[in-house]
Design a protein around this ligand. Structure first.
Ligand code: KIV
Length: 257
């Protein structure tokens, strides 16, 4: 078992919730490192929070690599995850070339918004020893209309689809699965019935960890999602605000059955 996989599985073995926070620059990376945040994500949410766009659709590899460079300056304790942006993994060859560019910059695991057509791409990445996190549920790279910004997996057809995708991701051997805006009872069922660690955002507390966009946590995002809480409003200090989110996640009691 790889060191990363073992480390991630240890969170489950120790009933230790995973705290994952997005980050795009060195100053916040230092704060997150010093607070012992488990996973730092250079997410393509940078399209909105850094570039001021409406979605993630214009984020490219150069953007991600630039921000990975900034964040990795203070990488000491955390696992560094980065998004494969839109149009960076259309085929196996392109996916491997781009993912390796990330790994060369100290990224530990790449995240992909997984669609059924990507199975052979994920297989190839794993064959090349590139750790993968599969992102399911709300997938911002595929959001076209406002109505796509919703909870996924409420009806039986969508529930089945997400469950099948989780099973496929487990089978091909991803190290982590991220559920974004997935129906709470479904994310609970998924967490209880998979051995891969599950982290969630807007998917309820019954996951093995929680993800948040850093600017949502400190209340400076232009359009924070409904489930986001501004921790800075209570704490008046950025480090304490992030620590407060960290403590909240660590206190969640969610055991795998
Ligand atoms: O890009 C991002 O920040 C993300 C999180 C919202 C999960 O994918």
């Amino acid at each position: 078992m790889s060191k990363l996989r073992n480390k991630l599985k240890n969170y489950i073995r120790n009933n230790d919730q995973i705290v994952c926070i997005t980050c795009y620059d060195a100053a916040f990376a230092k704060i997150l490192n010093d607070l012992n945040v488990d996973i730092v994500l250079v997410g393509d949410s940078l399209g909105m929070v850094i570039k001021g766009e409406h979605n993630t659709h214009n984020v490219n590899m150069s953007d991600i690599l630039y921000h990975v460079d900034c964040v990795s300056k203070y990488k000491k304790n955390f696992i560094l995850m980065a998004d494969m942006p839109i149009n960076s993994f259309e085929n196996q060859e392109k996916a491997v070339i781009n993912a390796k560019k990330m790994l060369d910059k100290e990224v530990d695991i790449i995240k992909i918004e997984y669609q059924d057509a990507h199975k052979n791409i994920i297989e190839k990445l794993i064959f090349e020893n590139i750790p993968v996190c599969g992102h399911l549920g709300l997938q911002p790279q595929y959001v076209i209309e406002k109505k796509d910004m919703r909870t996924y997996g409420k009806d039986s057809i969508e529930k089945r689809k997400i469950l099948d995708q989780v099973r496929t991701l487990e089978e091909v051997g991803v190290d982590l699965i991220l559920l974004e805006c997935v129906d709470e009872s479904l994310s609970k069922f998924i967490t209880e019935t998979t051995s891969t660690p599950i982290i969630g955002i807007g998917s309820g507390e019954n996951c093995n960890g929680q993800v948040q966009v850093i600017y949502d946590l400190i209340g400076i995002s232009q359009k924070p999602p409904k489930f986001a809480k501004n921790y800075l409003a209570e704490k008046n200090n950025i480090q304490l605000a992030i620590k407060s989110f960290y403590n909240y996640v660590k206190a969640i009691d969610c055991k795998k059955k």
